[in-house]
Design a protein around this ligand. Structure first.
Ligand code: CDP
Length: 795
């Protein structure tokens, strides 16, 4: 092995390898309208499924009358829990081993829960039919917030569970409580802040859906599914349905964004599959937007208290946090089963903190289930928000510059690999370098001066500067500690080089817009010396692709990217033997040159051979010591996760009269180790920052006191558009991951994880001189105006 690509000079060698801005191969079909999404799939005889949903958040279902719906021309069937029970499909397991009704069995537990399903020849007829299903509800008192849920006299939501006496799900804690308490007792300074990470929805452009097609001739079901994890979904489908796994084919075609929303299994999938088996016809189920927001996996909903203990000169000695988590009506969080609070335990962030302790209580409520990793690695977003907000609170308390306090506490660059107080093994980092770069790009000193000037002049618009120097943790496994429903979180790649010198790479992860068809081909191009145009990437079909755990938690590059590099190196190893045969030299005398991508005889660079010539040799003149063909598979279990990081600096102008916030400057410096495609990374950062702005400024799934979802459509759940998005200035540093074969870390989620605290810190900073220490998200103008008013700054 030649040690992998050199971060100082990897530039693709002109073949589209590492570091080249290769244009996305997939864009040709997307921008010419040739994408193929689940809803584009039409099959002969295909039926349509519509779900009847409960208008109530908490209600007993006394009776369901199907007759009016069944009388409608075109309605083929109406399914209820009773019908599904006949096929043992009335319930399904969640990813956290809870049991969720596919269709309501007895009691509705959240508004818009699935009560019945209408199957019809046409979607409109199915919709009309759904309106004609009559359900007799007995309305019960709902419990909407986690706080209410844990009150002694709160109505019991999960009364079907034998041992469940209240709405409490679990308690979790991490760290050394005693040592942390001690540090707090002895500290010069302590600060505390309460903050809510509001309920969000991933809101992908494409909602969830499927086309299930049972083939009675082959006893096989093919399900085209909006899935971020097709292989794991196949295993779960098989377990739930009893259909043997080799008779289940899941196909994820083009996916219009996932962001964690397409990791869980939803009742609609099960109903469509059951209907297809029973009716022996293909059945399509496709959500509407409000169904997607109101019923499928939400994210966040953590009510957090943060505390820091520090010395007078700002050295953080301890961090403590306590969280109340609203999990909705079922424990359907999508995260590795051994981590009930996900990776929240990375709440020590980028800082070298002696003692840390975190605790969390989770509760059932009459709201939709979820807790998915929305463009984040399992609750790392909440952890980053907590620590980055708390550092700002501490800086204010000590009257210190928030950049300086960070610098004093960063894990030093030479301390890696570093084990945090909560037991996480950071692979590499250079936090100060990223912060310094961001400060320079943001013209920090100038804006500090401008801020002072505005305060002195009692200006109508205040300046606030917010910093976030975050660390992410991405790339789950290793399999020994991370799993989905028991399946270890490894990933896979299979490279097959054809006789004419081009190749097909099949991977176990599933792109939803991240550009894998380009960047994964670049890894092969880099490692085999092939041209990127000669490599196709396939994914999303469980019949042909190697088993993998899917794409979420920015795990594709750290895990499947690593599998791709290792598989390519295996191919290269075999290629060496073929090269020796072709060049009539001993194998140990054959060297590979990364720059030219060719194999040559040591000391005789003229005696060289390309991978295209080797491919021909593998099929037409293979050495007797080797099997014919040129192919390799790798199943990669990462030894550790990767820890990308960055420093974001946001400058805002806050209008004291209206509470409006304008972005003056938005700087994002990221470090994702060795970079495969800078242009793709830039796109990932832009998209993630836009989602961070949505989080900080406008998005919130709200409920009223009766459990009605009042933020359940795009009129009420506000997403940022191009109008709300400022100009981003991006920069980067490169700190390779020491354990990843190509030194890469994940990047897709960093901006969504890292930006909300920078934005909130900026808005708080604008009012800090008047004593404001926190403003809750989403910071809509009314929220900001209230905060200004409370600080005596409103006009
Ligand atoms: O798992 P997911 O694809 O969402 O996240 P990721 O691994 O962070 O990758 C997002 C996109 O950025 C992919 O196309 C990656 O190959 C690309 N990327 C890159 O070019 N260089 C890196 N060091 C990391 C990711």
């Amino acid at each position: 092995d030649d040690g992998g690509p050199d971060p100082e000079k990897h530039h693709g060698h002109g073949r589209g390898g590492m570091g080249e801005e290769v244009k996305r191969k997939e864009d040709k079909r997307f921008i010419t309208g040739r994408g193929n999404y689940v809803d584009d799939i039409k099959k002969p005889g295909m039926l349509h499924c519509e779900i009847v949903r409960s208008p109530h958040a908490h209600a007993r279902v006394n009776e369901i009358d199907k007759s009016r719906a069944l009388n409608l021309d075109g309605v083929v069937a109406v399914l209820t829990a009773e019908d599904l029970a006949a096929h043992e499909l009335a319930t399904m397991p969640t990813l956290m081993d809870d049991t969720q009704d596919v269709l309501v069995n007895d009691k509705v537990k959240f508004q818009s829960q699935e009560v019945a399903a209408v199957i019809a020849t046409d979607r409109y007829v199915a919709k009309d039919g759904a309106e004609k299903v009559e359900v007799d509800y007995e309305v019960l008192d709902p419990v909407v917030t986690a706080e209410e849920a844990l009150e002694a006299d709160a109505p019991l939501i999960r009364d079907e569970l034998e041992d469940q006496e209240d709405n409490h799900i679990f308690d979790w804690d991490v760290g050394d409580k005693e040592a942390t308490d001690e540090v707090f007792e002895e500290a010069d300074v302590t600060v505390e802040e309460q903050m809510e990470y509001q309920r969000l929805h991933p809101a992908p452009i494409e909602t969830c859906g499927c086309v299930a097609d049972w083939d009675p001739g082959k006893d096989k079901i093919t399900v085209h599914l909006t899935s971020q994890a097709p292989h794991a979904h196949r295993t779960l489908f098989s377990q739930v349905s009893g259909i043997p796994e080799h008779k289940v084919r899941i196909v994820s075609p083009d996916i219009g964004g996932g962001f964690g929303n397409k990791v869980p299994i939803y009742p609609g999938y099960v109903v469509a599959a059951a209907a297809s088996v029973v009716l022996e016809q293909p059945v399509k189920w496709m959500e509407e937007r409000s169904e997607n927001i109101q019923t499928t996996g939400f994210a966040r909903d953590y009510d957090m208290t943060g505390e820091l203990a520090a010395t007078e000169d700002g050295i953080i000695k301890g961090v403590r946090t306590d969280v109340l988590a609203n999990h909705g009506a079922y424990n359907a969080v999508a995260q590795p089963s051994k981590f009930p609070a996900g990776f929240f335990n990375i709440f020590t962030g980028s800082y070298d903190i002696e003692a840390a302790y975190g605790s969390l209580t989770a509760a059932f409520t009459n709201t939709a289930p979820g807790g998915v990793a929305y463009r984040c690695s399992f609750r790392v977003t909440e952890a980053v928000y907590l620590i980055e907000r708390m550092v700002k609170v501490l800086a204010q308390e000590l009257d210190m510059d928030p950049a300086e306090i960070r610098r004093r506490n960063f894990i030093p660059a030479d301390a890696f690999p570093y084990e945090s107080a909560t037991g996480w093994n950071y692979d590499s980092g250079d936090y100060e370098k990223a912060l310094d770069k961001a400060l320079e790009m943001a013209d920090y000193d100038h804006y500090r001066e401008e801020q002072k000037r505005r305060i002195e002049e009692d200006a109508d618009k205040l300046i606030g500067i917010g910093i976030s120097s975050f660390t992410e943790v991405v790339g789950a496994g290793p399999g020994k500690s991370c799993d989905i429903a028991g399946i270890e979180m490894f990933d896979s790649a299979d490279i097959r080089v054809n006789p004419t010198g081009n190749a097909v790479l099949r991977v176990g992860v599933q792109t939803q817009g991240q550009g894998h068809e380009t960047t994964f081909a670049q890894i092969v191009a880099e490692e085999l010396g092939m041209d990127v145009d000669n490599i196709s990437v396939e994914h999303g079909d469980t019949d042909t692709d190697p088993y993998g755990l899917g794409t979420y938690g920015s795990r594709s590059t750290p895990v499947a990217g690593a599998a791709t590099a290792v598989a390519a190196r295996k191919v290269r190893e075999k290629a060496k033997s073929i090269a020796a045969n072709e060049l009539e030299a001993a194998e140990e005398d054959i060297e590979w040159d990364r720059e030219s991508g060719e194999f040559h005889v040591a000391g005789a660079p003229d005696r060289s051979i390309t991978i295209t010539e080797i491919a021909a040799g593998a099929y037409m003149n293979h050495p007797s010591s080797e099997e014919p063909g040129l192919e390799a598979v790798n199943y990669y279990d990462p030894p550790e996760m990767t820890y990308p990081f960055g420093s974001y600096i946001v400058v805002v102008e806050v209008d004291r009269e209206t509470g409006e916030v304008d972005f003056e400057k938005f700087v994002a410096v990221d470090d994702c180790g060795n970079r495969i495609n800078p242009m793709v990374i830039e796109g990932q950062i832009h998209g993630g920052l836009a989602q961070g702005i949505g989080t900080a400024m406008m998005e919130h799934v709200t409920y009223d006191e009766n459990g009605n979802c009042t933020g359940g459509d795009f009129m009420n759940y506000l997403l940022p558009t191009a109008n709300e998005i400022p100009n981003f200035e991006t920069g980067y540093t490169v700190t390779p991951s020491p354990h990843h074969p190509i030194g890469a870390k994940g990047v897709g989620e960093s901006p969504t994880v890292g930006s909300p605290p920078a934005i909130v810190n900026a808005v708080v900073d604008a009012m800090a001189h008047a004593g404001t220490t926190h403003v809750e998200m989403p910071m809509t103008p009314d929220v900001v105006w209230e905060a200004l008013d409370e600080a005596g700054l409103s006009l």
